[in-house]
Write a protein that binds this ligand. Structure first.
Ligand SMILES: NC(=O)c1ccc[n+]([C@@H]2O[C@H](COP(=O)([O-])OP(=O)(O)OC[C@H]3O[C@@H](n4cnc5c(N)ncnc54)[C@H](O)[C@@H]3O)[C@@H](O)[C@H]2O)c1
Length: 472
């Protein structure tokens, strides 16, 4: 089977791709390798899959070719940005442009340069304030030849701007073409594209070029708390990006689609265990709202186009190669580094911690047996987790919630070291407890996650020590 796995530089996508490749499937991976957390961990996961990404692109930031690409990108973005002139984004871009040592910074730099060009254009059109322009120009200089920048400053004529825009649109179409994939040095049936899910044209090209039998969408802006800080990135990746996945399936006849949802969709619901037949109308974070939107969008495409879609609501996944923004890594890192850990809601929380291998096994079962329409589905009494369309939602959790303090103690025991704890109040966007009813998985697949927390944490700690170097 040829399977698209999105988010293969991420925690779950990496593990899934590895398992699928080991059993002989053909796997195309994609990821935008964003810097929401340490990109070295993402590159490390890719390397485990035999994918070695050229990190050299960023270093070329002084070559003339690159500068002219940057100009093009700048003017392209300029015309977009004239309409909105979001100055906070400009400032953010300015801030990050300075370092210019990684690919992420290059794209930030492009944004910053775009801001600069945009500001120039609006100066001309509406005599807007020019101080930000100078600042933006200043930051761009750090990574470009000074001469070139001053050229740019000198020729801010109307003619020049329109030239820049013309060249921008020319280059834009080049940039949207699908870049060549990176082939795995380890798995002959694996290749990787660095693509952003929200890049509509690149995603269209990907689906047309590769022709998948099945798709598992794991790429997303994850994290509940960060959605308070940076809400736009969630809609861009999780909603716009997911639409591109749905459209790709629709337009190329992919009938087997599974996607990551989340226990967070249960929101204010306190009736536990959470059942997939429970209402999920009361999310408490934008992250959760985007996941709920995915479920609704997926149902629509199942109904309209007969795509067999399955949504999996994951419950707090942990294990080797896990995420640095989640409790196991945060706690382990702090304990080994002699820093105190923050214990929210004074420790009065519980989670249905689910081991990564169990999650991957569940995903593979779903890929192998796509959802079917529920023939008994009654529109007069509509059951929530299935439909007259080929649509199904499952919880995938350990079905055994544990108090946060037990979780911390398990990590302490695995590390052989006690944590210094700072007790804190509940955080916005968080929920007190999660507990998965997994009867759907048991009924349809005879399966339920069952890794013991002690074993899972031991495997995580072993990996952590190896990857980050031995610490006591
Ligand atoms: N880990 C958990 O406990 C958990 C719980 C519930 C749901 N989920 C969901 O499972 C999925 C995988 O989670 P994870 O823990 O592996 O997270 P992760 O952040 O490690 O992996 C997600 C990957 O997607 C990539 N990505 C983000 N936006 C993208 C975009 N626009 N285009 C291309 N790639 C993009 C990121 O670079 C990252 O490598 C996500 O959808 C997440 O919301 C995870």
């Amino acid at each position: 089977m040829k399977i698209l796995v999105t988010g293969t530089a991420g925690f779950i996508g990496f593990h899934l791709a590895k398992k699928l490749l080991e059993r002989g499937d053909e796997v195309v991976g994609i990821d935008n390798i964003n810097d929401y957390y340490d990109v070295n961990l993402k590159y490390g996961r890719l390397a485990e899959l035999g994918i070695y990404m050229p990190k050299g692109t960023a270093k070329a930031c002084t070559s003339e070719e690159h500068i002219s690409d940057m100009q093009a990108s700048a003017s392209e973005k300029a015309s977009d940005m004239q309409a909105s002139a979001a100055s906070s984004d400009v400032k953010e871009a300015q801030g990050t442009a300075k370092a210019c040592t990684s690919e992420e910074h290059i794209s930030d730099m492009q944004a910053s340069a775009a801001s600069s060009a945009s500001e120039k254009a609006s100066d001309m059109q509406a005599s807007a304030a020019s101080s930000d322009v100078k600042e933006a120009q200043g930051t761009a200089k750090a990574c470009t030849s000074e001469e070139h920048i001053s050229d740019m400053q000198a020729c801010a004529s109307e003619e020049h701007i329109s030239d820049m825009q013309a060249s921008a649109s020319e280059k834009a179409s080049d940039m949207q073409a699908l870049a060549a994939p990176t082939l795995s040095t380890k798995y002959p049936k694996h290749k990787f594209y660095k693509i952003d899910l929200s890049d509509r044209e690149a995603m269209e090209n990907l689906f047309q070029t590769e022709k998948f039998d099945a798709v598992m969408n794991l790429a997303a802006q994850a994290g509940v708390r960060y959605s308070i800080e940076n809400p736009h990135s969630y809609v861009q990746s999780n909603v716009v990006g997911f639409l591109n996945i749905l459209e790709g399936c629709r337009n190329t006849g992919v009938k087997n689609l599974a996607f990551a949802s989340s226990s967070s969709v249960y929101g204010l619901n306190e009736s536990q265990p959470f059942k997939t037949t429970d209402p999920t109308e009361h999310q408490v974070s934008l992250y959760a709202a985007t996941k709920k939107s995915n479920e609704m969008m997926a149902h629509t495409y199942a109904h309209l186009y007969g795509i067999h879609v399955t949504g999996l609501r994951f419950f707090t996944v942990y294990g080797p190669w896990g995420r640095p923004d989640m409790a196991p890594m945060l706690f382990t890192d702090a304990i080994l580094g002699d820093r105190a850990i923050k214990v929210f809601n004074n420790g009065a929380m519980s989670r249905d911690f689910t081991y990564i291998d169990d999650i991957v096994d569940g995903i593979i079962k779903v890929i192998d047996k796509p959802s079917q329409a529920n023939k008994e589905w009654n529109p007069k009494e509509p059951e929530i987790s299935s439909s007259s369309a080929p649509y199904k939602i499952y919880n995938i959790g350990n079905n055994a919630p544990l108090p946060l303090m037990t979780f911390i103690e398990t990590i302490e025991n695995a590390l052989g070291k006690k944590a210094e704890k700072i007790f804190m109040p509940m955080q916005d966007g968080d929920v007190v407890s999660t507990y998965a009813d997994v009867s759907g998985l048991i009924n349809d697949f005879g399966y339920k996650p069952d890794t013991d927390l002690k074993d899972g944490i031991a495997a995580f700690v072993k990996w952590y020590r190896e990857f980050y170097g031995a610490k006591d």
